[in-house]
Design a protein around this ligand. Sequence first.
Ligand code: FES
Length: 149
Amino acid sequence: MPTLKQGFAALEPVLQRHGHQAHGLIEVLNAAQQLYGHLSEPLLRHIARQLRLPFSRVQGTASFYHLFRFAPQARHSCLVCTGTACHVQGAAQLLAELRAAPLAELSVELGSVRCIGTCSGAPLVVVDGAVWNHVDANAVLARLRELER
Ligand code: FES
């Protein structure tokens, strides 16, 4: 993946393929995200200049589509199950406590998922695809810190 320090030269072939024309905006945004991992403001400004579009149009178009991200992807994902069994066992509190925790420091993206079918482990989280059963916020945070070691 090219770094931002290298500028946006890696995007140039894509811009050329679309003749630096506005009609290529979505494909250029998609290629830019694949190349750089996310659409930073400097990258969006570069695209706007190259396609001769107002920055607001480029930013507005990118933010309309959920597939685009504007910050680096976290190293870990943590999904709290909010299905009925997990809810009864305290999933809402677990989710609230994790939302209040400094997860960005651990590079964790927090989300929720409906019942994954292993209700006997409630409350549970799915971290990087692995199910952690019978957890509370402290246990989740401790295990996430271990992943970072
Ligand atoms: S409700 Fe959480 S696994 Fe079923």
